[in-house]
Design a protein around this ligand. Structure first.
Ligand code: PHE
Length: 353
């Protein structure tokens, strides 16, 4: 067979192999077989020098034509196969653009943070400073310096979380004092009076801890805002006026306040403040247990013994202190029946505030 016919046969074979290739890797194998280093057409190109002179022009022309035809067919087929493969890949990972999107929920500050700020703002407006305290506290500041005798029930293991070292012993840091999670923000009073000279007008918001099981009215961790005023000539009337002002700012002008005698180790006299029930307006309902009043905070005049611990002269200075539960204020303001709702992170609940 003349070379030209051999080349035409080679072209036919190559074109049918190209047409039959079903995937790009298969097509690549055809290309290598024909046009690769040791491909069939390459062999002809290499042996041009052996072709007799008089045939060279014709053979050369045919060779070029065959090569162009095969290369063109390869390129066309390659595009077709790659398109098909891309389409298949897109279909396989298909995104259903008609599906509804997933809405991103926008967060807001938690109700407890907002109420804490609201309380702080009311007292900032009266010229108080905000101070931070320690959540991990010593027995001394949480109890002793607050005139809480060693046998006071509040010091019992049932109320206080003690911080223990690995051996299970209570960790002692200050003499015989124990380390604990503060049960009240009142310890900040002792720190401030130790560090600052009167006049003192401060509030101290923060978390406190008690060994309580969570139920509608108890949480093992909750938030308090402590208040302390020490100055010359401070009377119970100042305390009363301050609390009444606070209640009206927080709950509205129509809320009444009453003070009931109570006991706290670090204040004398001590009281609890009640406000008229927001649900029945003071008529008496289930929420206020028929009394028309709900308790909001504890307060009193600073006990002279507490001044003595801090080295403040009780003859010259007097003061008052108060402490309120932030969760309780939130519940009273928004009529929330169960403290635990504040902790559950349920957006349907939290979004209302
Ligand atoms: N620390 C008291 C409590 O947790 C509240 C309080 C604070 C009472 C300041 C009087 C003065 O119950």
């Amino acid at each position: 067979m003349a070379i030209v016919e051999e080349l035409q046969a080679l072209q036919r074979d190559a074109l049918s192999a190209i047409a039959g290739a079903g995937a790009s890797d298969e097509l690549e194998r055809v290309r290598v077989r024909v046009l690769g280093k040791s491909g069939s057409l390459t062999a002809y190109l290499r042996s041009m020098k052996d072709v007799p002179k008089e045939q060279r022009a014709e053979v050369g022309k045919t060779l070029n034509q065959v090569r162009n035809v095969v290369e063109g067919a390869l390129a066309d087929k390659k595009r077709v196969l790659e398109d098909a493969e891309l389409t298949a890949e897109i279909d396989a990972g298909a995104v259903d653009v008609t599906l509804p999107g997933r809405a991103q929920q926008v967060g807001t500050r938690h109700l407890i943070s907002r109420i804490t700020d609201e309380i702080s703002d009311i007292f900032l407006g009266l010229g108080y400073n905000v101070v931070a305290g320690n959540e991990i506290e010593t027995d001394y500041y949480n109890f002793e310096a607050l005139n809480t005798p060693a046998d006071h029930p509040a010091r019992g293991m049932q109320d206080t979380f003690y911080v223990v070292d690995r051996s299970g012993d209570k960790a002692a840091v200050r003499g015989e004092s124990d380390v604990l999670l503060r049960t009240q923000t009142s310890g900040v009073q002792a720190h401030v009076m130790e560090a600052q000279k009167p006049p003192i007008y401060i509030i101290a918001p923060g978390k406190v801890y008690r060994r309580d099981v969570a139920d509608p009215s108890h949480l093992p961790q909750f938030n308090q805002v402590e208040g302390l005023v020490v100055d010359e000539g401070i009377t119970f009337g100042d305390l009363k006026g301050t609390l009444e002002y606070f209640v009206k700012q927080m709950f509205g002008e129509d809320r009444k306040t009453r003070l009931r005698p109570h006991y706290f180790p670090f204040t004398e006299p001590s009281c609890e403040a009640d406000i008229s029930c927001g649900i029945c307006g003071g008529e008496g309902c289930r929420f206020c247990k028929g009394t028309g009043w709900v308790e909001v905070l504890g307060a009193g005049l600073v006990d002279p013994n507490v001044f003595a611990y801090a080295g403040i002269d009780p003859e010259r200075y007097s003061g008052f202190a108060f402490g309120m539960g932030v969760e309780r204020i939130a519940c009273l303001k928004y009529n929330i029946p169960d403290l635990r709702m504040l902790l559950e992170g349920d957006m349907r609940f939290l979004r209302q505030f």
